[in-house]
Design a protein around this ligand. Structure first.
Ligand code: NAD
Length: 340
């Protein structure tokens, strides 16, 4: 019989890629989200547009004993969204509510396994002050001191999933994602993350120009290409490991160096200007010791290869927007002249 999966957040970046992967593996996939995927049609067999903060929507969606539920829905974004403080109440309230609504239903409907997408943002800020030596191994999460309310909500929800496992026998898998990037991720509008934002800035700036980078650019991060993220999720789901685990790259890079890489990929000559802006912790890198041990595997896709694919995709999006904007006045003129 076909395996069945529900993807909460199937209209988002990781959810839409995951739906595609599960279909290639022969699953029946039901997706739910506030919106359809923005950049290509969903691969899910069925898709419900709905708000998972609403318990009635959750009941409607979780209507059968799915083999697997992937809970990816969250109110989230890049540094410009989660580090300004402007969205803290929504981020905490909306994401917590989704998890609180979903979990009891997973127990009630006897779901086989539940995947929860946590984040590297749960790691304590005090271990991430040195850009060259951040400490992000799984057992360093406590004493807790995430650098954002987004991180606190993720930590709370990790504990919620673990509690449901302990008390109700729910079979959970928890990944702490470290900056996932790639084609079909948000690239403008305020929720985009550093890789897509840098690609956009570089692609939009004429040769000889200048791009702005938030902070002094010495802050470090690692970035995991979407295909590797999906592979890791599938491997984790197939495993027996039910404690939180890092899913990220350990190829750490300073943000200015990432910007230089994108400039090189573009073939342009651009200079970098560091400006004040939200930036989060000074250093962060995925510690892949545990994933190597328990899955006998770790991601190793080179950053440059992934950034080339991402830059090409973002540049294509910008070109598509430019063409649409150029065509729009003619179209609007037709409307004004009474054409349908
Ligand atoms: P995303 O924003 O593209 O996807 C999240 C989806 O959840 C969106 O499509 C959104 O519409 C949906 N959603 C939000 N509120 C909802 C609601 N009330 N009801 C129904 N749907 C709702 O984000 P993503 O990059 O695909 O991330 C997926 C998950 O992984 C999130 O939980 C995120 O916090 C986590 N994560 C992602 C990264 C990353 O780098 N992308 C890093 C760490 C953790």
């Amino acid at each position: 019989m076909k395996k069945t999966a529900l993807i909460c957040g199937a209209g988002g970046f990781i959810g839409s890629h995951l739906a595609r992967r599960l279909k290639t593996e022969g699953y029946y996939v039901l997706g739910v989200d506030l919106k359809y995927p923005e950049f290509s049609p969903t691969a899910a067999d069925d898709f419900i547009l709905g708000d998972l903060r609403d318990p009635y929507v959750c009941q409607n969606v979780l209507d059968r004993p799915f083999d697997e539920v992937y809970q990816l829905a969250a109110d989230m974004g890049g540094a410009g969204y989660i580090f300004t403080g402007d969205n803290d109440a929504d981020v905490m309230h909306n994401s917590a509510l989704i998890n609180l609504n979903t979990l009891p239903l997973c127990v009630q409907k006897r779901v086989g396994k539940v995947f929860y997408s946590s984040s590297a943002c749960i790691y304590p800020a005090y271990n991430q002050q040195d850009p060259d030596n951040p400490r992000c191994c799984e057992d360093s999460a406590y004493p807790a001191q995430p650098d954002s309310e987004y991180g606190w909500e993720k930590l709370f929800s990790e504990r919620l999933y673990l509690s449901f496992q302990r008390n109700y026998g729910l079979n959970v898998r928890i990944a702490r994602f470290h900056n996932i990037y790639g084609p079909e991720g948000v690239w403008r509008g305020g929720r985009e993350k550093a890789p897509a934002a840098l690609c956009r800035k570089v692609a939009e700036t004429p040769d000889g120009g200048e791009i702005e980078i938030w902070g002094d650019g010495q802050q470090t991060r690692s970035f995991l290409y979407i295909d590797e993220c999906i592979e890791a999720v599938r491997r984790l789901m197939a495993s027996h490991f039910s404690e939180p685990i890092n899913i990220g790259s350990d190829e750490m890079v300073a943000i200015n160096d990432l910007a230089r890489l994108v400039v090189r990929i573009s073939g342009k000559r651009l200079s970098i200007r560091n400006v004040p802006g939200p930036q989060g912790v000074r250093g962060r890198n995925s510690d892949n010791t545990l994933i190597r041990k328990v899955l006998d595997w770790a991601p190793n896709y080179p950053l440059e290869v992934g950034m080339r694919a991402t830059y090409a995709w973002v540049a294509q999006q910008i070109e598509a927007v430019r063409v649409t904007e150029m065509e729009e006045p003619a179209w609007m003129g037709l409307r004004q002249n009474g054409c349908p």
